[in-house]
Write a protein that binds this ligand. Sequence first.
Ligand code: PRP
Ligand code: MN
Ligand code: MG
Length: 182
Amino acid sequence: MRDDIKEVYFTEEQLRDKVRELGARITEDYRGKNPLIVSVLKGSYIFMADLTRAIDTPCNVDFMVVSSYGNGTKTSGEVQIIKDIAQPIDGRDLLIVEDILDSGVTLHYLMQILAARGANSIRLCTLLSKPERRKIDVNVDYLGFEIPDEFVVGYGLDYAEKYRNLPYIGILKPHVYGGEGE
Ligand code: PRP
Ligand code: MN
Ligand code: MG
């Protein structure tokens, strides 16, 4: 599996430091608010587990399963909700947790749906963002890292459902996804 990785982009230590920093900011901002922290699966599962343990104030957690990429490297433009959150959110302070913001299609769609259900506030925390790829503007409240347009995997992020379990974030060798050599 690791032979498919061209380069480690963020080490476990860099990820741990960033998660701690984000967790501390979120803790300050949400003290006394009992936020509902919503993980967008599957990509955010590892980030969610680490981030929520870095948040030191009472909160609730819930999970949505959304998919727009299927098995390819490009968004299909259609966002499917495979599993919704299991509770009413009117009056709640929501924090959406994503692994990566790419075209913005997934998050834009999700934020609209959740806003329509009467949440008191909705903020977004994403570990990674690729600004070059944005098709729809999405406001990010808590950002880990901005990255260039490289296909990254690991720490929850997949290519064709593989590599999610890598403990670091790496760049795939182009031949793995049929890309041009670099
Ligand atoms: C990926 C990623 C984000 C979304 C970002 O999910 O985890 O959720 O795409 O892309 P966008 O900004 O262009 O919408 P994917 O659909 O691959 O599902 P997964 O989380 O199960 O891997
Ligand atoms: Mn995802
Ligand atoms: Mg994916």
